[in-house]
Design a protein around this ligand. Sequence first.
Ligand code: SF4
Length: 521
Amino acid sequence: MTETIPQSRTEAAADQIEDTAPASAKPGLLVLSPLRLEANAVRRGLTQPTSHVRRTGMGTARAKKSAGKRTPHPFGAMVVMGTAAGLSDDLSPGDLVVATEVSDGETTVALPGADLLAAELRRAGLTARAGRLVTVQKLVKSSERVRLAADGYLAADMETAALLGAAGGRPVAVIRAVSDTGFGPGMIRGGIAALRSLRKAAPVAEKWAAACRERTVLLAGPRSFCAGVERAIEIVERALEMRGAPVYVRKQIVHNTRVVSDLEQRGAVFVDELDEVPDGATVVFSAHGVSPAVRDDASGRGLSVIDATCPLVSKVHAEARRFAREGYTVALIGHAGHEEVEGTLGEAPSSTVLVQTAEDVARLSVEDPSKIAYLMQTTLAIDEAADVAGALRDKFPQMRAPGSDDICYATTNRQAAVRAVAEEAGLVLVAGSANSSNSVRLVERSERAGTPAHLIDGATDIDLAWLADVSVVGLTAGASAPPAVVSEIIAALSGLGTVTVTERVTTTESVQFGLPREVRR
Ligand code: SF4
């Protein structure tokens, strides 16, 4: 599909003759590249017969003229690809800038899917950043570069703002490769590096275009923070306000990288064990709970403890103590190594045995089969936990059960909600971190309903290939994932085409937990 371009053609005439896909092709990607070298670099990287490149000419005037012309080929999405001047000190020639917005000094156009595309370029091995792009009338001189950089622009070019209108309302993205970061002898080398990056970026632009379409996002309700997580975060926030930084937190306060990094920036120091906490300091125990041995250690060290253990986890600890006191062997259904499980096991270590599967139950032998009880980790998959509990009941008919369900309301509700959206969606995205048990269970719940699902910490974890044939996306968030991540994901998807958001609410929640006295005002 590459066309050899006669060198004598003028830039102004190029847009009429250099489209390279047959008119009969189904809508694909249209790339607008101002210069011949840029257009050729992109062409060399394209792989799809439905992609075509149009050279638009150098400078704002030619770009405006070109944007006003109708393209002879149908297209579903458009990318402006070319070189640019890098304005930020940390950009190097060959780095890619994906525009989050494009300004011509008077008008600014936002491009909400930029972070998705930049992440995809990075996954392809390229150095790419999402940031603000400015279109200027003339080549930028040193003093002008400094001023534009101070205004927060990453890169400058002379065409993009005038070209965006050519998309005609279709999804549009901008990939500019830094060719120079100032005037000097390295400009030619920088130009070559930029053209090489444009060629490598071309198939990624095609992947982006394949993901573009109108979609419905089905929001699972309830989703995101539960009462135990909100309480734990508020405890750390209040401890920071009332006692000042640093406040030490044993383990992650909740299993979410965003939450942890936000609190770190505000002065929380996360440690794995208490020996990392200085004598006399304030330490918060995480929402997942701790074993009595950890409490004793903190008390022996004279640490000032604030306990953020979720009350529903504390309830399981109390049940473990009660059953052990009454002479029962406790079969704890849960995942080995999870902090909550370690804390519960520590309540009665000589009376408690961990069972993860029905096979573990088959192997289990206890001294007195008439005195056995079971408990559960709060964040298990409901049906899998029920299978293990059923195997225990079959083997030990006199098995005692906890007074009320150990799998908490938040886990139960989010699993029911994700199942509802999974039944209608072609793909489910679950916001949450990889070490978040309840988030991982949501992925599994969707997959058991027959719908592929992916766990993502944020929008930039979305692989565009997942979206290629999907017009209905289910979206939920684990109990430890902030609601803002859900909004961020919807905003990013809207950069790939119009998004209609519909919520599927299976139940509403009103649970709230009180704060410990140490942080009450
Ligand atoms: S998921 Fe359940 S047990 Fe865990 S913090 Fe939230 S409410 Fe508490």
